[in-house]
Design a protein around this ligand. Structure first.
Ligand SMILES: Cc1cc2nc3c(=O)[nH]c(=O)nc-3n(C[C@H](O)[C@H](O)[C@H](O)COP(=O)(O)OP(=O)(O)OC[C@H]3O[C@@H](n4cnc5c(N)ncnc54)[C@H](O)[C@@H]3O)c2cc1C
Length: 429
């Protein structure tokens, strides 16, 4: 029986494990195993909502062990750290509990086919002080850490008078920085309903810092302009063409030696695959540690290893590179599922072609802006408001359908809606 091992249960890996579980695991045609270092899955584009408390990981997360049992694959908790392509084994590091007691020892898992879907981390480009002083939003643990810091600041300011301000500086004017800025105003607005009348959105001072000439540099001008206008209306200080040279306890220091003072600092600029990927010494990687793949998504020089999502460097026929997005991870999971089936039937794998369905940026409850069907319209079909918001939400709904199937996804969505009626609108602990 073919042994298919998937490392990383995120936007791409969890969808693939679910699909392969139903296709092969159910009928014992192949053994499907998913490895993740976390016990629960949260769709990464929602991490800014975890950071602000709009989303609660303990109720909104998908528990891997339970999900695996229902979808005919095995789940192994562990952190992938080494790869032996000769012996066809991966090594998982030992795991420890909060008391330092070992939960699981180091262990090896074997494979016939390996799929790497371990995502990406923020790239601080070696900027001094950033690792020590900034929050990141690369995992739900990091998002929760920010949330605790934010709540403590809200509580502190609420005890003082209305002249107190909370300064938050965010580096990176991409979707993460823009969406987080708007979401922060939204939760600050909610606080008066939860017994904190002295801490309102008026006390929030957010600086959004972008090194390029405009925020949302990867998206068309019109989306960028519209998002900027909305952020400025909310009160965000949008600083474009500003390069951060270092970070200190007091705030960010720019290349022009200006101090952007901040109580909380977030680094959300640039992505790279984790550094250990290059150190494995197995793959051809680019300067962002991403693994270079063939058009079929097989790692260059390793036909039994497939790479999907943010950790993959996939060049398209026109010389462009597939962008690190949830829609790319979703499409790549579909393509690898098809290519594995083709190989099992003795056929050649097909090349992956990225289909840009457009991009949307959600400015919390204030606005949603974006473009649709990029390949057909060269990103010219601009949408905003309710339609844009509905399309934005549908991206997450597609992910829920891919990992739960239609009937269960519908029940999960109804349960989410009911939960919103009975639970506070933000997590306050
Ligand atoms: C705040 C935010 C907003 C975003 N908004 C959007 C958006 O609106 N639209 C969009 O298209 N994209 C968006 N993105 C980008 C999108 O989230 C990613 O492109 C997408 O999640 C990549 O999917 P992936 O499967 O490659 O990785 P991920 O979804 O990150 O999954 C990687 C998985 O691998 C696991 N893992 C990592 N390392 C190891 C290891 N060593 N061992 C075991 N397991 C490991 C992780 O725990 C995780 O479960 C956003 C990202 C962020 C942070």
């Amino acid at each position: 029986m073919e042994n298919i091992l998937i490392i990383g249960g995120g936007a791409g890996g969890l969808e693939l494990a679910t699909q392969l579980g139903h296709k092969y695991g159910r009928k014992n045609k192949a053994k499907i195993t998913l490895v993740d270092r976390n016990r629960t899955h949260i769709w990464k584009p929602l991490l800014h909502e975890v950071a602000t408390g709009s989303l609660d990981t303990s109720t909104d997360g998908v528990v891997y062990h339970a999900h695996a049992a229902k979808h005919y694959y095995n789940f192994q908790l562990g952190e992938f750290c080494q790869l032996d392509t000769e012996a066809k084994t991966v090594t998982l590091a030992p795991s420890f509990d909060s008391e330092g007691e070992q939960v699981l020892p180091e262990r090896q898992l074997s494979y016939d086919k390996l799929v790497l879907a371990i995502g990406s981390v923020s790239n601080d480009f070696g900027t001094p002080g950033v690792a020590e002083h900034c929050y990141f939003l690369d995992s739900h643990q990091q998002a929760e850490r920010f949330h605790h810091g934010l709540l403590n600041n809200f509580i502190r300011i609420n005890q003082k008078d209305e002249s107190e301000e909370l300064h938050i500086a965010i580096v990176g004017g991409g979707a993460t920085g823009v969406e987080l800025s708007a979401e922060l105003y939204h939760v600050a607005d909610l606080l008066k309903s939860y017994g904190m009348p002295n801490m309102t959105a008026n006390q929030l001072k957010i600086s959004l810092i972008e090194a390029g000439p405009r925020i949302l540099p990867a998206l068309p001008d019109r989306i960028s302009f519209s998002a900027r206008k909305e952020l400025v209306r909310l009160g965000v200080e949008v600083k474009e063409s500003v390069r951060v040279a270092s970070a200190s306890k007091e705030g960010f220091i720019t290349a022009d030696d200006e101090l952007i003072q901040a109580d909380m600092m977030i680094w959300a600029a640039g992505v790279k695959a984790p550094d250990f990927v290059s150190r494995l010494g197995v793959f051809e990687t680019n300067r962002n540690n991403q693994i270079i793949v063939e058009p079929s998504l097989q790692a260059k020089g390793h036909s039994d290893i497939w790479v999907i999502g943010d950790c993959c460097a996939c060049e398209q026929a026109d010389g462009s590179w597939v962008p690190p997005r949830a829609q790319s991870a979703h499409q790549m999971a579909e393509q690898v599922k098809e290519n594995l089936a083709r190989l099992l039937k003795g056929e050649q794998p097909k090349p992956y072609i990225y289909k840009d369905h457009g991009s949307l940026v959600n400015l919390s409850r204030y606005s949603t802006v974006g473009s649709l069907m990029g390949n057909l319209t060269s990103n010219s079909m601009f949408i905003e408001g309710r339609i844009a918001r509905a399309v934005y939400i549908s991206l997450y709904r597609m992910h829920q359908v891919a990992i739960h199937g239609w009937p269960k996804a519908m029940m999960v969505i109804v349960a989410e809606k009911l939960g919103k009626v009975v639970r506070p609108k933000m997590k306050l602990h």
